[in-house]
Ligand binder design. Structure first.
Ligand code: PMV
Length: 363
């Protein structure tokens, strides 16, 4: 019947920003202050199945303003085998409301999500989660969205999710409203800037031959969400304005580096951009310090590797873990050198990964 057709499963990978998104110009539309650049990576992903069932029951009319503890949204959410209610369910339910509105349906949904994170936790990313949810839910609702629309939709779940629609390198254009704030693949960006098809293709290839090595420092849930931490940077850090200017310069340089296939130039930009973002946190009031002693140890190890001639550059997000940009061909050597210096750490390679896709089998 028609209810059986209203089901889809999608898989998306996480992405790690090289030029970071840190701070919103519009908090309800999720419009950032600056554009960003990321690498979608393999092995840190989410698979999500969405099933809409035509319930014109009482629950369908339930308001999303109901008590947080109830499941009055009428939707259900299961993540890695565990039923979720409260905040997590409400965030998903509000996201599904957008899709229901676009599709003109009222049906409630069951959402089942599995994270393929090879660590205990802590790296489960909202980027892969909302990219997979956007694709699965829109498909299940019968909407046929192109990548740009999917990216705009995913943006509402989590800003960084807008970039996980694409394989390899992706740029999220800050834009100024809902329609103009979306991500696109590096090749398509370069072509729209007048690059030849060959040049665009080799930029895409360059991205697909990058890798990220993740040095796990802690898998504990963070004390402050990235949403709250970036808000604090925007509102209170004296370095926030200069940071936004540096992001614009860094993005231009990063794109030039990609066009030239120059990983050293790209790595240099990546590392300084990450330090700049953290500087806006450390200078916020009250300050936000995600770094642990082991974080600093890992950052120094990356410097040592570079001094010894290896191509490796650090980057960090809203947590204590350190990620290391390198090339696919150097990844094993860099990983081994890091493990040698920090034998007690869990250190893993994540190659450039694919964009979101609908699976032909449901969970
Ligand atoms: O997508 P959010 O709201 O979780 O923000 C992600 C912010 C960073 O990961 C720190 C940087 C980025 O661009 O991914």
């Amino acid at each position: 019947g028609p209810s059986e057709a209203m089901q889809a499963t999608a898989r998306a990978n996480a992405n790690i920003a090289l030029v970071k998104y840190w701070g919103k110009a519009d908090e309800s539309l999720i419009i950032p202050h600056a554009s960003s650049l990321s690498l979608t990576v393999d092995g840190l992903g989410t698979t999500t199945q969405v099933t809409f069932h035509d319930g014109t029951s009482g629950k369908a009319a339930a308001s999303k303003h109901e008590s947080e503890e109830s499941d009055e949204t009428g939707d259900t959410l299961t993540i890695d085998g565990e039923r979720h209610q409260g905040k997590a369910l409400h965030r998903v339910s509000a996201f599904l409301d957008r899709i229901r509105e676009l599709a003109g349906i009222q049906a409630r949904a069951n959402v089942i999500s599995c994270n393929t994170v090879p660590y205990a936790a802590g790296l489960a990313s909202s980027a892969s989660a909302f990219a997979a949810l956007a694709a699965a839910a829109s498909h299940a609702a019968g909407l046929h969205m192109d990548d740009r629309d999917l990216s705009r939709l995913a943006r509402y779940g989590s800003g960084s999710a807008s970039r996980s629609i694409y394989a390899g390198l992706a740029v999220w254009h800050a834009g100024h409203d809902d329609a103009s704030s979306y991500a696109e693949a590096i090749a398509s960006l370069l072509e729209s800037e007048g690059a030849s098809a060959d040049a665009a293709e080799s930029a895409r290839d360059f991205g697909m031959h990058l890798a990220m090595i993740v040095i796990l420092i802690s898998n504990k849930k963070k004390a402050i969400s990235s949403r709250a931490a970036m808000h604090r940077s925007v509102e209170t850090s004296p370095l926030y304005r200069p940071w936004i200017q540096s992001c614009k310069d860094d993005l231009r340089q990063a794109i030039t580096a990609v066009r030239r296939g120059d990983i050293e130039m790209l790595g240099t930009v990546t590392e300084r951009n990450s330090y700049g973002m953290h500087a806006t946190m450390m200078t916020a009031q009250p300050p936000v310090l995600f770094w642990q002693p082991e974080t600093v140890e890992a950052l120094h190890a990356v410097e040592d590797l570079r001094a010894s001639g290896l191509g490796a550059w650090s980057t960090m997000d809203a947590g204590p873990n350190v990620k290391v940009l390198t090339s696919a061909k150097d990844a094993v050597r860099v990983c081994e050198a890091l493990r040698e210096r920090m034998p007690e750490r869990d250190i893993r390679i994540h190659m450039a990964g694919e964009g979101v896709r609908i699976l032909d089998k449901n969970l």
